[in-house]
Design a protein around this ligand. Structure first.
Ligand SMILES: [Zn+2]
Length: 63
């Protein structure tokens, strides 16, 4: 069956796709960062943003 074959190939492809930081050479992790944004007193919007984390900014983001 071709179905299982395709699924396995997709996973293998995903694992190979790894970004490395050109500055520190560490693999870059992407983390979803959630934050709220107040437009006015009754309206708070929740947004999320993908943050790229490596050796360069890990201390800035996590302390
Ligand atoms: Zn880096």
């Amino acid at each position: 069956m071709g179905k299982a074959k395709t699924f396995g190939a997709k996973i293998a492809h995903r694992e190979k796709k790894e970004n490395k930081c050109p500055v520190c050479g560490e693999a870059i992790n992407y983390v979803k960062h959630y934050f709220s944004e107040k437009n006015n007193k009754h309206n708070v919007k929740y947004k999320n943003k993908m943050e790229a984390i490596c050796n360069c900014n890990r201390e800035d983001l996590f302390g």
